[in-house]
Design a protein around this ligand. Structure first.
Ligand code: C6P
Length: 408
């Protein structure tokens, strides 16, 4: 298990008082995680000592910056067990990673009448790029339904995968239900039907070990900022053969081999997909975040989340009128969305904030999921490596206070 007091001392922001005498209780890691000092210092060190552009200069600083930036890519490749760092493309976030696939692979491979399979629990980042593509190409989108407990209806998947299905894109962990989906099984079903599989790992990468070779997924995207790293960077993993066959996503410097006034040829992987000066400090910070999580051990991170989630679900069940959506703790990551009868989720979030507790309220960029449940929004508490049972107790006490304010 994790040494939580020691971990807490790594996160400077956890010493913040949100209001005088009111310490921060950060339960919004699923939106963006806090950053340990190791990540902050790696980025600070780059700016102080090796700041220069990458892949361009032959001067010492540029070489050092390039080495650090590419070393981070290699660490990320090992973190997801990618066979080759060239299959790891830096992107700005999960959203850009999925858009890259929809624009580059999608426009080259999807034709009128082809089918794209998604699920009803997707984040907008894994819905809208496919809707835009389908609209443009005259393709059809189908959705795997979710059941009342917030898990996917796995029995529906085989019939939804037809000979016209080109891609099955789904989330590994729901950002609302917290549901951990059976990725390996879903990828196999896609492959058996002749489709490729894309995994949205935005919520999985921070909380469990990832292995793209074991999953056998064709693409996978996630963001650094939800896993102790900086904003502005993420990765798209893709199998080499697919990436080689795809046209570039954006064009400009760095992604070319040779440019003449008549035309251009493309750089090799991964740089073919990385146009312009990249987020260098962020790449280095991403590498430091991977080092940090590896130091904790992803199995331990996962075990801690399960422990805290279990504790939270039990504690929340004692609040009258509170309804948690999603499956039991054994089937979910540390994301707990709920409604409280008689109080709007935005009012819950505002009252909790007065006690220093940061949660998210709204549709969490999953409007179709909420629509199916017949609600507009939920309140969501999300946990991470620094979350303690005392913080959950304070969440529950604050919810009781909120009910009193509303005379419930
Ligand atoms: N979900 C949340 O509060 P970006 O914004 O590109 O880093 O990540 C998009 C994204 C994609 N898929 C899933 C499953 C996600 O949870 C997210 C981000 C945040 O739930 C911000 S909306």
């Amino acid at each position: 298990m994790l040494n939580v007091p020691q971990i807490r001392s790594d996160f400077p922001i956890l010493a913040t008082e949100v209001y005088p005498g009111v310490p921060l209780i950060y339960l919004d890691s699923a939106a963006s995680s806090q950053k340990p000092v190791q990540v902050i210092e790696a980025m600070d060190d780059y700016y102080r000592h090796t700041n220069a552009n990458v892949h361009r200069g032959i001067h010492r600083l540029s070489e050092e910056a390039t080495n650090a930036y590419e070393a981070a890519r290699a660490k990320i490749a090992r973190f997801i067990n990618a066979p080759d760092p060239a299959e790891v493309i830096y992107v700005s976030n999960t959203t850009e990673g999925i858009n890259l696939v929809a624009y580059s692979w999608g426009r080259a491979n999807i034709q009128a009448g082809d089918e794209i399979l998604l699920t009803e629990m997707e984040h907008h980042a894994n819905l809208v790029p496919w809707q835009v593509l389908a609209e443009e190409k005259g393709a059809v989108i189908k959705y795997v339904p979710f059941l009342a407990d917030g898990t996917l209806d796995l029995t529906a998947v085989p019939a939804l995968l037809t000979e016209r299905t080109k891609i099955f894109a789904f989330t590994a962990v729901s950002n609302v239900f917290g549901t951990v989906n059976p990725v390996k099984q879903l990828v196999k079903l896609a492959h058996d039907a002749g489709a490729i599989a894309l995994v949205d790992a935005a919520q999985a990468a921070p909380r469990m070990p990832l292995d793209v070779q074991d999953w056998d997924c064709d693409f996978m995207a996630f963001s650094a900022h939800k896993m102790c790293g900086p904003t502005g960077i993420g990765i798209l993993y893709g199998k080499r053969a697919l990436l080689e066959a795809m046209p570039p996503f954006q064009a400009g410097g760095d992604m070319i081999r040779r440019v003449t006034l008549e035309g251009s040829t493309w750089n090799e992987l991964p740089w073919k997909f990385e146009a312009g000066t990249p987020a260098i400090a962020e790449g280095i910070g991403f590498g430091a975040a991977v080092d940090y999580l590896n130091g904790l051990g992803m199995e331990n991170v996962h075990a801690h989340e399960q422990f805290i989630t279990n504790y939270a679900l039990e504690a929340l069940s004692e609040v009258g009128g509170l309804r948690v959506i999603g499956p039991p703790a054994s089937q979910r990551g540390g994301v707990t969305a709920f409604t409280l009868e008689g109080i709007h989720p935005h009012d819950i979030a505002e009252l909790l904030d007065k006690d220093g507790i940061a949660i998210r309220a709204g549709h969490h960029c999953a409007m179709p999921l909420h629509h199916k449940l017949g609600i507009n929004s939920t309140a969501r508490a999300s946990f991470y490596v620094h979350t303690t049972t005392e913080e959950i107790d304070k969440l529950v006490a604050s919810l009781h206070r909120a009910k009193k304010v509303f005379r419930l």
